[in-house]
Write a protein that binds this ligand. Sequence first.
Ligand code: FES
Length: 123
Amino acid sequence: MAKVIVRFENGDPERVIEVDLRRAPFQHDGRPGSILDVLLANGVPLEHACGGSCACTTCHVVVKKGFDHLSEAEENEEDLLDKAPGLTPTSRLGCQAVIEDDDAVIEVLVPRYTINQISGSHG
Ligand code: FES
């Protein structure tokens, strides 16, 4: 069983998910066994505006642990990530980052990036 720890920058409670990767895909959005796949199947909300087909940046997560246990990012993903608000060196698109190790421990932070973008003058 792989373990996925999900933290939310907006203060939502942390979630810990244990997952048997051999049973992927768990639902229909994103790559089978991807972070998005695992999260959605366990009722954890992660935006996925393009339906998990590597065409937006809304599924951006920051990988805090277990980065090496994820599939490598392809060029397409890197290009999109370049446009993601709050990009970090361990950022991934949740729908593309497949958990490759069945005993991996992955910790991801779901960023709250809309706040700063929308902020302006508060009346
Ligand atoms: S859901 Fe659009 S790129 Fe992942």
